[in-house]
Design a protein around this ligand. Structure first.
Ligand code: SF4
Length: 303
């Protein structure tokens, strides 16, 4: 841009970069789910996923290059903490997915359910939501948190407020502390209160994600406690049968179908809106962190 003053060009070159993440690997499952490992400028690798749904495609983006929350059922957690992504790096994932999958103009949902805890990177996701707003309404954007209680209120104050999903996975504080060590710093009762206070658009519900682990959080007692906990909060519950990974997550297994059905039926009988969501793209290491765990970090592409 030779029309800019030379001194300004020097500052811009020093402080900014114009680049999209680089595609390090792509895997496509028979159901159409396409998972990308994307290399950032410093060599970090993050995941982003395209999930075809009826009438609308969902893009799942990462907010951090790793995760400090350490959920025992998650490969990203097993890989450990990583840095926050900038708003540009998050938006860059969207750009790569839309360009490579020819999705420009297609009806899209965007979910922050990839690698990282989005609410430990509010500046990054707030900027990304701003950048997305030109093409994707915040009503079509969902931020999923493991339950960083003070940040839920901050998310609710954003000028472009997204939908909220909470990864709950437990029905007691002790169980949550075993499964999600960092998130359990905040008490379950405080988390439920933060959900009650979240300013929802009319007709909207908070999505509750509940990863089902055999013998850990799938008992009849859990199925009775969950509706009691959620009473009075507008929610829809997604039961997610655990996606096994013997290499990174040994010792955890998926409940059998009968147990999952009985759990879901019990929630439905208590008037909860419940759906069982089998992980899409299992054949391509579809769950969070599973592809990244198998693609090594790259040497920095840029200083
Ligand atoms: S499930 Fe989410 S919050 Fe938990 S370790 Fe994985 S990426 Fe982090």
């Amino acid at each position: 841009m030779t029309d800019l003053p030379k001194a300004l060009r020097a500052v811009l070159a020093e402080r900014s970069e114009v680049a999209d993440p680089e595609v390090a690997e792509v895997r496509r499952a028979p159901d159409g789910t396409t998972k990308f490992a994307l290399a950032l400028g410093d060599g970090s690798v993050v995941e982003a996923v395209v999930i075809p749904m009826e009438g609308r495609t969902t893009l799942c983006l990462s907010s951090q290059a790793g995760c400090a929350v350490g959920c025992v059922f998650c490969v990203t957690g097993a890989l450990g903490a990583g840095r926050n992504l900038t708003g540009g790096e998050i938006f860059g994932q969207y750009r790569v997915l839309v360009r490579t999958q020819a999705l420009l103009g297609a009806p899209l949902n965007v979910v922050f359910m990839g690698m990282g805890e989005p609410l430990l990177n509010i500046p990054g996701i707030a900027r990304a939501i701003e950048l997305l707003a030109e093409t994707v309404s915040p009503r079509r954007v969902t931020v999923s948190t493991s339950g960083i209680v003070p940040a839920i209120a901050r998310l609710g104050e954003l000028p472009r407020r997204p939908n909220l999903a909470v990864s709950l996975n437990a029905t007691t504080q002790e169980q949550r502390a075993r499964l999600m060590p960092l998130a359990a710093r905040w008490d379950l009762a405080d988390l439920l209160e933060a959900m009650r206070r979240y300013p929802l658009e009319r007709g909207r519900r908070i999505t509750i994600e509940y990863v089902m682990l055999a013998g850990i959080n799938d008992s009849d007692e859990d199925a009775r406690r969950l509706p009691r906990l959620l009473r009075g909060i507008p929610v829809k519950v997604n039961l997610i049968p655990f996606n096994p990974d013997p290499e990174f997550l040994p010792g955890l297994s998926t409940p059998d179908d009968a147990r999952i059905d009985a759990f879901a039926a019990s929630l439905a009988a208590a008037n909860l809106n419940v759906t069982v969501r089998w992980s899409k793209g299992l054949e391509v290491s579809g769950a969070c962190g599973q592809l990244r765990g198998r693609v090594p970090a790259r040497p920095p592409a840029r200083a």
